[in-house]
Each structure stands twice: as C-alpha cells, then as structure tokens.
Design a protein around this ligand. Structure first.
Ligand code: RP5
Length: 167
C-alpha cells in the first residue's frame, strides 16, 4: 500500500529560503510532502536512488529546484514518468536566468513544467502540484478552486478599500 505525496528536491540547502514558498502552499492544501537536498551534479547516485524509492512509495509529483547550471529537474525527468515541475532559483551572477534556460530547454519527450524564476515560481510550483493532484482527486480540485475564489474576493475588497481612500 503506497500513500500519495509530493517530493520537493533542491540542489542545495541554500535553496530553502525560496522553496519555503512551495512548502507553505503544499501545507495550505494539506498535501503530504517530503523535502530533500539532492543534486544532479553533486549527488547523482543518491538522486536516482531517491527518485526510484519515492516513486515506489507513491510520489505523484516531483518539484525540483536548482540554481546556476540547473540540471536537477531535467535529470529527474529522465528518471521518472511522473510529472516534474522545475523551479529556477534566483542566485549567482545571472540571478536565475541561467537556471531558467537550463530547466526549461528540455529536449522533446522529457518534459519539465518550468515555473518562473524565484519565489513566485516556487509558489506556483505548489499550486501546480495541487492542480495536478486535483485531476484525480475532486476534493483537492475543490480546495484549489475555493482558494482561488477567496483570493479574487480579497483582491476586489482591497480595490474597494483603495477606491474609498481615493475618494
Ligand atoms: C545549485 O547551485 C543549487 O541548487 C544552488 O541553487 C546553487 C548554489 O549552491 P550552494 O553553493 O549554495 O550549495 O546546484
């Protein structure tokens, strides 16, 4: 018996401050998740072993974050047919432009669903994982829809407050 979960992999513990945004969204939707530091370059064997084991234990989506020459998401995508979401981390002299291209420019047949560089991307990785799970889990889809409605309502309330201030 396997239990469904989402795996978050990051190339370094230095990626955690950005990836906390993903963790927060998964927590918000009560999605079981694991967070591991695994690198395509520094720990290739350990990365492969984790991906195989996680898949056997019921991992439904892999979220992979890395900066610089970011090959983690692509390498993981080559090891599994579960959906892989790539988060380019905004670090180093190119501030994530390098990581964006390394993550998104995958050859045909091995997709990585690449989100924006940095915190907004990390947040969207959490939402996207929830939406992927929601395809087979109506209660998850309902939660995502309810959250979106609440966000829209909050934004319009802010607009109303701003209009009142402006007079
Ligand atoms: C990447 O190199 C990591 O994902 C991180 O974003 C970047 C820098 O890593 P550290 O030197 O901080 O460990 O592999």
């Amino acid at each position: 018996m396997t239990s469904p979960f989402v795996a978050i992999l990051m190339g370094s513990d230095s990626d955690l401050p950005v990836m906390q945004a993903t963790i927060d969204i998964l927590k918000q939707f009560d999605i079981t998740h694991e967070v591991r530091v695994r690198s395509a370059h520094r720990t290739p064997e350990a990365t492969k072993a984790y991906v195989q084991d996680a898949e056997e234990r019921g991992c439904k989506v892999f979220i992979c974050a890395a900066g610089l020459a970011a090959h983690l998401a692509g390498a993981v995508a080559g090891m599994t047919t579960r959906p892989v979401i790539g988060v380019p981390i905004d670090c180093g002299p190119l501030q994530g432009h390098d990581a964006l291209l390394s993550t998104v420019m995958m050859p045909g047949g091995i997709p990585v669903a690449t989100v924006a560089i940095g915190k907004a991307g990390a947040k969207n990785a959490g939402y996207l994982a929830a939406q992927i799970l929601g395809v087979a889990d109506q209660s998850m889809a309902d939660k995502v829809q309810a959250e979106r409605k609440a966000n829209a309502k909050a934004l319009l309330a802010k607009d109303e407050a701003m209009q009142a201030k402006l007079g």
